[in-house]
Design a protein around this ligand. Structure first.
Ligand code: LMR
Length: 392
């Protein structure tokens, strides 16, 4: 059976980590995989997370199964974090998943089960794994216009034109905040027009919220999702706790379905559990217990919010320093970078220029020019900008 099997092409994000590890040059710079790093270049365990984790492990008396939907307390707390206090709870079904990618796959499987062959419209560009996950679920995808690489801005009018050409019943994938890979989000007023067009067209919003807290704030970054809940009769949400709780390897996320009715929500919860059950029976418990412990305690919740704020501020300082250094080189080309959000920006440079940055300067970024700004240190922004100028 496996004689004719072909090795897959390397994952363009994850393969960078291996290359970086093998590089022995001093001062190499890792701007690849999207993980937060502090001023010391370390991906820390947040103090709130460490405190809950220690208490949880000390009190643990069993490792018996939890259930295919995971921990209901976790699901309820994450639902409130994402959808807010005023959400129509009875119409929202949710399950715990293996990280944000697991949520995407659970929801893609649900859509494929309910409406096989449904077209999913994805932004151009989008996170590379979106395409793989949707294809794996058997869903066809089509790109809609989103980003102008030359000016590094969102092409809202072109996006609206493409939405108006979508068929009722299609699905549109939307990055809830901090677009990955570009860092370019529509302005709030633009979102209003986008949401109105999506609803008018009868297209199902599939929101990916993986960076809540890294844009402008926890509630601000959920504003688009919350507007969609008011405007759209149905939607699905893939949620990741990897970045804002810093628990990447604990694979903690959640999948939600907003239905038109309470009865629809009961059915959706059951079907979400079935999607989990057939894929991995049930999600891992550890990360969910930590998140529930943090969110469920008023003191730790407040502490965690401050910790997320500190991560956001640090990435923001890196962004500002790099934007200023690049603007000194070419204000037209790099002018939009300062106003973008989240961990990423996508430099308007070619794959060959990305290769040169890696080979000549030991600077690692994704081949499409995506840079994880959390991997930078403000003191190294001028040096990075100069290297970019050298390869332009
Ligand atoms: C990223 O975009 O770098 C992260 O979400 C890590 C990944 O799995 O690709």
């Amino acid at each position: 059976m496996f004689e004719t099997m072909k090795a897959p092409p390397p994952d363009k994000i994850l393969s960078l980590a291996e290359l970086f590890r093998a590089d022995t040059r001093q001062g190499k710079l890792d701007l690849g995989v999207g993980v937060y790093k502090n001023e010391a270049g370390v991906t820390p365990i947040l103090p709130s997370v460490a405190q809950v984790e220690a208490a949880h492990v000390a009190a643990l008396t069993t490792k018996a199964y939890v259930g295919p939907g995971g921990d209901p307390d976790f699901v309820a707390l994450v639902r409130e974090l994402a959808f807010g206090k005023d959400a129509p709870v009875a119409r929202i079904a949710g399950v715990q998943t293996t990280g944000g990618a697991g949520a995407l796959r659970t929801l893609a499987g649900l859509i494929a089960f309910q409406a096989p062959g449904t077209m999913v419209h994805v932004p151009d560009p989008t996170w590379v794994n979106h395409l793989s996950v949707l294809a794996d679920a058997g869903l066809p995808t089509k790109a809609y216009r989103y980003f102008d690489a030359a000016s590094s801005t969102v092409t809202v009018d072109a996006m609206l034109e493409d939405i108006k050409a979508m068929a009722a019943g299609d699905v549109i994938l939307l990055h809830g905040c901090c677009h990955n890979p570009t860092g370019a989000d529509p302005q709030p007023g633009d979102w209003d027009r986008i949401i109105a067009a999506v609803v008018e067209q009868g297209v199902l919003p599939f929101v990916d919220l993986a960076y809540q807290g890294f844009g402008e704030g926890l509630d601000e970054d959920a504003a688009t999702l919350r507007k969609l809940v008011v405007a759209a009769p149905e939607l699905v949400l893939a949620y990741s706790c990897s970045k804002n709780f810093g628990i990447y390897r604990d694979r903690t996320g959640a999948a939600f379905v907003l239905s038109k009715s309470e009865a629809g929500s009961v059915a959706a919860r059951g079907q979400l559990q079935v999607r989990n059950r057939v894929a991995y029976s049930m999600p891992p418990d550890h990360g969910a217990k930590i998140v529930a412990g943090v969110l469920g305690s008023p003191e730790l919740n407040a502490q965690w919010r401050a910790e997320v704020g500190a991560m956001r501020a640090h990435v923001g300082r890196n962004r500002a320093a790099l934007a200023a250094a690049l603007e000194d080189i070419d204000a037209t080309r790099f002018g939009a970078l300062a106003g973008q959000k989240g961990m990423f920006c996508c430099l308007p440079i070619s794959e060959a220029q990305v290769d040169r940055l890696r080979e000549e300067f030991a600077i690692y970024m994704v081949s499409d020019g995506r840079m994880n700004l959390a991997g930078l240190d403000v003191s190294r922004a001028p040096e990075l900008a100069l290297a970019v100028a050298r390869v332009l």
